[in-house]
Design a binder for this molecule. Structure first.
Ligand SMILES: [Zn+2]
Length: 240
């Protein structure tokens, strides 16, 4: 089992750990602890490097496998002993862009629910761009500008983003979490990680986010598409 360091500290760029296991089939190293995000919830997995001795190994991407995080190595896996000390480093520029993008998605989600009562049904992102699907029958072209102004106002307000890990029963008492389909969480999960943009949005979420909406920067609504009478897709883009 890998301890998920990014869950409590999204800003951790480098860490030290030990080899827990080797997965030859997946050309992967499993560590006791890791700051690598393994992907999920629309956020792509981290890339980076693992170093022991002098030569860094390139982590092509991380991936969840049961309770472990696989660090999939690009190139030949060297001979490694269990318990060996290893330094990890994530590709921080890319990850920080993903944290800003992920937080922008929560802002969009929160604003659209607050102002139009529309719920999100899914989404995905890459660094600095993302898309989200809503059950948003009344969405039309003329709303694009109003939504763009409203989301950027939330960036300017500089709202704090909080992370809490709550017992399942406690999380299930939060009314706003129930609307985000928290009831779909598998029964075995006893701890729920809750991400809250204070005063705007709250979600059960395993991803990485910035600690204040001001870090997101300017958000542009790049496009929107009708995916049927009710379902609408909104595309956002961030700027450097
Ligand atoms: Zn999220």
């Amino acid at each position: 089992m890998t301890e998920l360091l990014y869950q409590t500290d999204s800003y951790l760029k480098e860490f030290n750990s030990t080899v827990h296991n080797i997965d030859l089939q997946n050309n992967s190293i499993i560590l006791k602890q890791s700051a690598f995000y393994p992907g999920g919830g629309g956020q792509p997995a981290d890339r980076g490097w693992l170093t022991f001795g002098t030569k860094p190994l390139e982590v092509e991407r991380a991936r969840k496998s049961g309770p472990d995080i696989l660090h999939i190595i690009n190139g030949e896996l060297p001979q490694l002993e269990i318990g060996l000390s290893i330094d990890g480093q994530i590709d921080w520029d890319r990850r920080y862009q993903l944290m800003r993008t992920h937080t922008a998605m929560h802002i969009l989600c929160g604003v659209i629910f607050r102002d139009y009562g529309a719920s999100v049904t899914g989404g995905s992102m890459e660094p600095m761009a993302g898309r989200m699907d809503f059950e948003f029958e009344t969405m039309h072209k003329d709303l694009v500008q109003a939504i763009e102004i409203a989301i950027n106002k939330e960036v300017d307000i500089a709202r704090p983003v909080r992370i809490d890990i709550l017992p399942r029963e406690e999380a299930f008492q939060i009314p706003d979490l129930i609307r985000t389909k928290i009831n779909l969480l598998p029964e075995g999960i006893q701890q729920v990680r809750v991400v809250e943009i204070e005063g705007l949005d709250i979600q059960a979420d395993g991803g990485t986010h910035v600690k204040n909406t001001s870090e997101v920067g300017q958000i542009e609504i790049a496009d929107y598409k009708s995916k049927g009478k009710i379902n609408k897709r909104i595309y956002v883009r961030l700027s450097d």
